[in-house]
Design a binder for this molecule. Sequence first.
Ligand code: SAM
Length: 486
Amino acid sequence: MNAPRPPAGGATVLRGGRGDGGVSRSRLVAYDVLRDVEERDAYANLALASRLAEARLDARDAALATELAAGALRGRGRYDRIIELAAERDIDRVDARTRNVLRLGVHQLLGMRTATHAAVNESVELQRRVANRAATGFVNGVLRTIARTDEAEWDARIEAAAGSPDEALAARTSHPAWVLRALRAALASEGRGDELEALLSADNVPPRVGLALLPGSGMDPGTAEALGGDSGIAATGPSPIGLELSAGDPMRAIAALDAPDGTVRVQDQGSQLAALALTRARPAAPGERWLDLCAGPGGKTAVLAAEARAVGATVRANEISEHRAELVRGAVIANAEVVEVARHDGREAAALGAAEGRFDRVLVDAPCSGLGALRRRPEARWRKQPTDLPGLTALQGELLDAAAGGLAPGGILAYVTCSPHLAETRVVVNGLLKRHTGLRELDAKAIVRELARVPLDLAGEALSAQLWPHRHGTDAMFIALLEKTS
Ligand SMILES: C[S@@+](CC[C@H](N)C(=O)[O-])C[C@H]1O[C@@H](n2cnc3c(N)ncnc32)[C@H](O)[C@@H]1O
């Protein structure tokens, strides 16, 4: 008999005490998030935030729910292989709800080292509550089988059952094989193919929260560390305006600094370096006009705006989506007077406004596959497909063509992606240079090295800079800088 199902889209969690059926509320929240991601195509981070708010968990339970959901989503590839081996059944032949109960259970056993009896009993109760009651014995049996064998042995069994070394490594590190091959190619292009396993491991570790301390905050990173040390703030990481938060609620840590609104923002330090590579490629002159062609949600625009204000420049921030344009307006509140937000397709002349052909600095932080941010988007690796790439790379080229047309003589164009996939990085830049002979590539590696707070190991012959989670502790941002010579 099937358990009564919650209404479609409704929360499984009941407020107060433990959830229905004796299941911990954190596990119910985590289960709901997995279901939102699978059934409603939700972003895990957004689903988690809304489910946590709905369930009103305390900080400890919220942290547990976050670890459960993010860990089960991130580890899905490996966990599914282990479930298949333990159940001797193809994962697609396990119903969707039971599959998610099992993924959460395996993450507790292998990823969190929860005691076997607790992980199994909670999973069986969860199954009884949210999925097919008749399969509680199946859940119990599969999880007990998994718990009886240690992780190294499961990995050995994954290797033995895999059809190829790539398939084995992909399953063991929980990456789709095509993503693994793309990452290997990108590292190999720098002569660093031997770093692949380190990168794949780094993708599976949730990153520390990065903060940007914008010019105008009234303090330097050292002062922020002294003021916010109790909140876990440290002046570490490669960005000269970067802070890192070791634990706790970022909003609370930001409030503890008591800086002017909007001058301390959550932002990966790779993104900070990308924005600063453009603003600091060479000294800026008062009156310069800057363009951010794909600005939403405005993280880099906020850095550009703060830098622009400090030197007397202005920023036009363009974004195609109304919702995201609104987010840009919110992101730049600290320096709104130097920013004009526009909403156009960046490929159209209207995106450049009246200043067509007269921008001194242009940022194209293009829509991309996002393969550089797998650490922070636990479900993303399973959602992207290689078939997404041709459309993205065509759009990237067209946006760059438009941006090149908007450059003043001597102007600088920064092409940035949150993806290290060569098709989205070097291939796009090489195409741009072929189409626009009046563009000259600048040494982005030297510029990024020069502005970074710590020595940066940027590898390979190319002039562009590729950051990496395993080497730099940042998202895998790609940064190319081009100057209009004629
Ligand atoms: C990688 S995101 C930019 C992130 C942003 N720079 C930041 O740091 O917060 C790319 C943005 O481009 C926008 N976009 C997509 N197609 C576009 C187009 N044709 N013209 C302008 N913007 C576009 C997307 O809506 C998205 O907000």
